[in-house]
Design a protein around this ligand. Structure first.
Ligand code: BG6
Length: 482
């Protein structure tokens, strides 16, 4: 199946942090793929900006090796790579000084969409906003892209929002949460609002509980410095899990429009009840399973940073009151899996003598890997011997359903960067949304820092600390297998 590709308008994209890890791993490969797919025009212009003095030819070599390393072999071809490299230029710019800004300005085309991608430490967001503006690079419809983490708590996020608002309008600011760019995360909306089947039963009258899991088998790698300040709560819950929760729980927006959707997501965040101490479990991985422990990896033997967190969350609104949402995320777990599962209540009146092998969770939406949907249905166990029941899976893999297994899901960054050029903010977080998410997360983190509550150790390659199982057992429920 060939996906429909609608080319975007010619653009100038300036990547501050152009030689950094994110640019090499994600931004440049995403642009290359879009050029190869025919979506990025060949007269688009990508300017890598950094502190180093580097000839453009050397930058093109950096980009070429990034493409070779991070793009699948089947997607690599010399012609597309040459076309892509021709779009690239490099400039060294002193963010705080005068050097490089006028050279950068000279590269800009007046009739191109202008995008400034701040792929740098958040501490530089404000100064970069100011300088792009003061150096006459900004235009009334230019776009600014910022990466997470957007602040480390409510106060810092608000400061950043205020400082950026001094130079740019909200409609120009694109805050990335790359989970929103994942095809299957967007599918949550298609599934819910494109099928009459789900919405009538998508509420506390029919849903017993919802589970959202983002499990990773990898550890923190060489990101110890950043991670030890963040922990799973700031790194994953405040953003990625929160977005999944919003898309699962929100009301149908009146139309598929950026602000209509973001208004509904904001309402969900604002309905989240405070999380009680007994409803949170945090953990930290030990050494084992062929890897070192977190304490060793982060370089802080006394660290009390969580690499796992499980929470029971209440969405206190008309639709969800009484249906708990269980969230969990962790590193070095048994497998890598992102999934939203919905357990429906038993039918109101049961007419059969037996219950079959009912497991409780009837709908699981696998966001990665092996994107797809599984429904568990109760059927009659075939054969004579009375009305015996059996639960069987209705399993659908998107890849099989769409293209006999050969479909490649585009990387989140491909979709997101093209949306920036198109000026579509649907899949980006609005300032008030980010602040509301921090307001909910902050008290949990604050309590941890004040009450010295236990951090449970767990063996790598497991499902996390055993205490997270108790979080559900005490409600007579079970986590889905990971
Ligand atoms: C990032 C986090 O935002 O998301 C990482 O900082 C995490 O810690 C990553 O590993 C997970 O993203 P993905 O796309 O691999 O699920």
């Amino acid at each position: 199946m060939v996906a429909t590709v609608i080319p975007v308008d010619p653009f100038d994209l300036v990547i501050f942090g152009g030689t950094g890890d994110l640019a090499r791993r994600k931004i440049l490969p995403a642009l290359y793929r879009r050029l190869r797919a025919g979506q990025m025009p060949k007269n688009a212009h990508v300017v890598g900006v950094g502190r180093k003095v580097l000839p453009t030819e050397a930058y093109r070599q950096i980009a070429a090796s990034a493409i070779r390393e991070f793009v699948r072999r089947e997607e690599q071809d010399a012609g597309s790579l040459d076309d892509f490299l021709r779009c690239l230029t490099y400039r060294n710019v002193d963010v705080r000084g005068r050097e490089g800004w006028s050279e950068l300005r000279e590269l800009m085309c007046t009739d191109h969409v202008r995008v400034f991608y701040f792929s740098v430490a958040p501490s530089l967001f404000s100064i970069l906003s100011e300088r792009t503006h003061d150096e006459d690079l900004a235009t009334p419809d230019c776009r600014i892209v910022v990466e997470k983490p957007f602040g480390h708590d409510f106060a810092s996020a608000r400061t950043l929002n205020t400082e950026m608002a001094a130079t740019f309008d909200e409609h120009q600011i694109y805050r990335i949460d790359h989970y929103l760019g994942k095809e299957t995360v967007q599918n949550l909306m298609a599934l819910r609002f494109g099928n009459a089947l789900f919405e009538p039963v998508w509420n506390s009258q029919f849903v017993d509980n919802v589970q959202i899991t983002v499990a990773e088998s990898i550890g923190i790698g060489d990101r110890g410095g950043y991670y030890d300040e963040a922990g799973a709560m700031r790194d994953m819950v405040q953003n990625h899990l929160m977005q999944l929760l919003c898309l699962t729980a929100m009301e149908p927006p009146a139309q598929f429009d950026p602000d209509a959707i973001r208004d509904e997501k904001l309402k969900v965040i604002k309905s989240l009840g405070p999380v009680m101490r007994k409803d949170v479990v945090r953990g930290q991985y030990l050494k084992g399973n062929g890897g070192s422990g977190y304490l060793e990896e982060c370089g802080n033997p006394k660290s009390r940073t969580e690499t796992f967190v499980a929470l029971k969350v209440q969405v206190d609104n008309w639709r969800w009151s009484g249906t708990p949402f269980y969230l969990r995320t962790g590193k070095r777990l048994r497998s890598t899996l992102t999934e939203v599962s919905v357990a429906f209540k038993d039918p109101r009146h049961w007419i059969f003598d037996e219950h079959g092998n009912r497991k409780g969770t009837n709908l699981a939406i696998r966001l990665q890997p092996n994107e797809g949907i599984t429904m568990r249905m109760t059927i009659k166990d075939p054969g004579p011997g009375g009305m015996r029941l059996k639960e069987v899976p209705l399993d659908m893999s998107f890849a099989d359903a769409l293209d006999e297994g050969t479909l490649t899901m585009p990387d989140a960054y491909e979709r997101l960067i093209m949306d920036v050029v198109r000026g579509n903010q649907t899949l980006f977080m609005r300032g008030d949304e980010v602040e509301a998410a921090w307001s909910w997360v902050d008290p949990i983190i604050l309590r941890w820092s004040q009450d010295g509550s236990v951090i449970h150790e767990y063996e790598p390659g497991t499902v996390g600390p055993i205490e997270s199982l108790f979080l559900l057992h005490r409600d007579s429920r079970y986590w889905r297998e990971i």
